[in-house]
Design a protein around this ligand. Sequence first.
Ligand SMILES: Cc1cc2nc3c(=O)[nH]c(=O)nc-3n(C[C@H](O)[C@H](O)[C@H](O)COP(=O)(O)OP(=O)(O)OC[C@H]3O[C@@H](n4cnc5c(N)ncnc54)[C@H](O)[C@@H]3O)c2cc1C
Length: 637
Amino acid sequence: MKLDGRTPGGPLAEKWDRHRFELKLVNPANKRKFDIIVVGTGLAGSSASATLAELGYNVKTFCIQDSPRRAHSIAAQGGINAAKNYPNDGDSIWRLFYDTVKGGDFRAREANVYRLAQISNQIIDHCAAQGIPFARDYGGLLANRSFGGAQVSRTFYARGQTGQQLLLGAYSALIRQVAAGKVQMFPRREMLDLVLVDEKARGIVARNMVTGEIERHQADAVVLCTGGYGNVFFLSTNAMGSNVSAAYRAYRHGALFANPCFTQIHPTCIPVHGTYQSKLTLMSESLRNDGRVWVPKNPDDKRPPHQIPESDRDYYLERKYPSFGNLVPRDVASRNAKEQCDAGKGVGETALAVYLDFADAIQRDGKATIEKKYGNLFQMYEKISGEDPYQTPMMIYPAVHYTMGGLWVDYNLMSTIDGLFVLGEANFSDHGANRLGASALMQGLADGYFILPYTIGGYLAGTPLEDVSGEHPAFHDRAEAAAARLKKLLAVNGSRTVDDFHRALGMIMWDYCGMSRNNEGLETARGKIQQLRQEFWEDVLVPGNGADFNQSLERAGRVADYLEFSELMIIDALARQESCGGHFNEAFQTEENEALRDDENFCHVAAWEYRGRDTAPGFHKEPLAFENVELSQRSYK
Ligand SMILES: Cc1cc2nc3c(=O)[nH]c(=O)nc-3n(C[C@H](O)[C@H](O)[C@H](O)COP(=O)(O)OP(=O)(O)OC[C@H]3O[C@@H](n4cnc5c(N)ncnc54)[C@H](O)[C@@H]3O)c2cc1C
């Protein structure tokens, strides 16, 4: 298989315009003849569903939650990037493009990233017109703040609730289309499998999570907007329902999985505080605009923070990276926090934390200003930790947060299965080996509002599709297989809970495939995962039955997929014998312990093909050409 990214020709800045002109169109009257399935109602799925329906397509939208607006996107806190240059501080489309390519350690497709930067400005106009209550400056223009990996302020925000406000906008647009009869909404449905007819995606099999019924849904194209798979680590900042299953099912049917080992570990999360914790909480990167990160200089210094004088503190990010200071990208900040803790300078009871201190900012700007910017985040921190961050520094530690890997897509956002499009965090997307803060919301909305509505038309207009109903044998087969799998999970009737297996898997992944990796550890992890997978199928306990609301059964299916998918992550990490962004292999580092890329051998997207459960996956590579940005060693000094 030769991977064709279908990147259009011509100058970088003109590619998207030119491509849109060259794409075939579906005429307005014909759009109502096409059915499109959208799985997921986060920012990517809601924006796609609403826009496709507005264009005239018949849309069927699915989500796990009881309401589309409870999708994980609602948790996004800090903001969304755009190259508006409102602060007049030197931003431009080119700079956003450059920062994103560099931030991702040169492992993303140039043309996609440039298009993302171009569209970023349209997103802000669109969302402002929807009424999203973005923060404003004294003159009434939308306000901006800074995020990591950038020296300009380009992040638009609505306090610490940007995702919630953006999702309410997309949700409103979606619900308008539900009322207009153009979107049929299927909440509390879990997609269990993808259905292919003549090698094209033609529908899904879903479980009604309340009644247990297995349903068949047919369409002319399927759009997956099912989010990221950070929960493979068990503990992450993701919503509990985030999972890999829909993407993994598509992978099993021929959609290649790209860069699965690229995981983002976010530097500022509330540290783990107990063995039975099931969720981690993010403290938004926006806090690093004003918060200063430090540890005691002396590992033996156990004084409370306010008793440690300036001279005995190490503001290590400001010291090591004077240009970017506390706003270095996430991978760099996370590794540095780990390094400090490994050197014995960690603080708090577990010594796996560093301080994020607002004392200087409060003294400089006043408590009211800080409260206005971050009030809800401070409140959240206090509720969880019992400490008041206005009085004492926050304690933070890195945690799994986002997955840059995902299903491989071409410039049209189509996977290697015809008619299967993948949007938002579920695709391998535009962030390379490390996503810059506030770029996920931008990408999800770019995909849903502005890219897919063009590219899916090109596919539908240019592809002959025969009528297919849910009675087609392919639907029958997939529905039977999905039901049989649920039955098998229930039949094991062992002694260990699903969560017990999930926690064990998470620990393996965190220890061996987390912030830093080495070949020996990765090999060890592979063996441990295989062993755990076997134990799962011999000893998992799933109470209840399949004909009812059964959360253990739902989770069991997802963990079973994680137990296979995690091995793919390990295989990918082992194959990439370099360090880049979030993938840090200890054997490849500079003298200053920064990630050391090998552009000669690894300047590519690694895309994996499923070849059977007990067969090694096939490896495909999409070479990355950098024609507009010079490949260089990343430096934030
Ligand atoms: C705490 C937190 C804060 C963040 N803050 C920011 C920020 O400030 N700025 C930023 O840019 N990014 C931020 N991010 C990242 C960003 O929120 C996500 O990457 C983004 O929201 C993902 O959107 P999505 O639409 O791709 O998927 P999601 O919002 O994850 O939605 C996935 C959807 O798919 C559905 N689904 C999944 N599997 C199935 C299935 N099998 N069947 C049916 N439905 C299914 C779910 O029900 C859901 O509706 C943050 C992330 C976290 C965890």
